[in-house]
Design a protein around this ligand. Structure first.
Ligand code: CO
Length: 282
């Protein structure tokens, strides 16, 4: 059974360079940092609430991660669902006709892991992981740095967001809790919640009839206690950040970091903030 989003993986050119943002500017705690020789990657995990951000730096040229970097550049690479039994998860997926990369679990940075083929999920690379027993349900890391408490949501963009949401929902028993069509912007969003993280499927209000569903990972948003303080801290570290803006809903403000996030669209959200708490736009 899938219980939560274990991590979101991003491919980076240099993990050391990437840590300047994810560890130093945001203040996230590094929980693992090692080279996995047979996969030709250096993997770094940074904890945030009950989930993690995984940075992958290729250490050789002949790997999937190296090819990804070569052809697409830095950016979001995969989403990893935690399961109590990765082997059963792979079998279940195969039984549903989903194409696998790994027929059986193998050891990875997050424990025993297995990947599905991107084809299986409208182009989104999905990993399953079962962490070592002692590392499961180990609770929240204390908020530090920008005062982020957890991953608020992960965005999957799709030309046919309703179809992609339905696919994830039926393939992984993830319940779609809310659907939102915004006629003004022509957008159609569907939302599922896994543990504390919302999985948002976003796409055009009118999907093209003649295209197969095509989806990709489009961003990570962290929940922070105080958006104004978080923005100040990230700015102090030298990053260009938008002012907290009540764009998402009247009870939340959101700020985006414009560059230096290793190709990962990144924003911070504070709930319960009144627009009056946000600094005036210049
Ligand atoms: Co991973």
């Amino acid at each position: 059974m899938i219980t939560k989003i274990h991590h979101v993986g991003a491919v980076v050119r240099s993990a050391d360079e990437a840590l300047r943002f994810w560890r130093d500017a945001l203040g996230l705690e590094v929980t693992a940092d090692r080279v996995i020789e047979d996969q030709g990657v250096r993997g770094v995990l940074l904890k945030i609430g009950n989930s993690e951000i995984e940075l992958l730096e290729p250490t050789r040229d002949d790997t999937g991660v190296a090819r990804f970097l070569e052809t697409r550049g830095e950016g979001m690479h995969h989403i990893c669902f935690e399961s109590d039994d990765v082997s059963a998860e792979l079998k279940r997926a195969a039984g549903k006709g989903l194409e696998l990369i790994d027929a059986a679990p193998r050891p990875g940075l997050a424990g025993m892991i297995g990947f599905l083929h991107p084809k299986a999920n409208h182009g989104v690379l999905v990993e399953f992981a079962t962490p070592p027993a002692g590392e499961r349900h180990n609770g929240h890391a204390p908020a530090q740095g920008i005062g982020a408490t957890h991953v608020d949501h992960v965005v999957i963009g799709s030309n046919r967001s309703a179809d992609t949401a339905k696919h994830f929902s039926t393939s992984y028993d993830i319940e779609i809790k809310r659907t939102m069509s915004r006629p003004g912007t022509g957008a159609h969003m569907e939302f599922a919640k896994l543990d504390e993280v919302v999985l948002e499927f976003a796409g055009p209000g009118t999907p093209p009839d003649d295209e197969a569903p095509k989806a990709s990972l489009r961003g990570v948003v962290l929940a922070v206690r105080n958006a104004k303080a978080a923005v100040a801290r990230v700015r102090l570290a030298g990053y260009d950040v938008t002012d907290p803006n009540p764009a998402v809903q009247p009870t939340a403000v959101i700020s985006a970091v414009k560059a230096g996030t290793n190709g990962v669209p990144f924003a911070m959200i504070q709930y319960g903030a009144r627009p009056a708490d946000a600094p005036a736009n210049q």
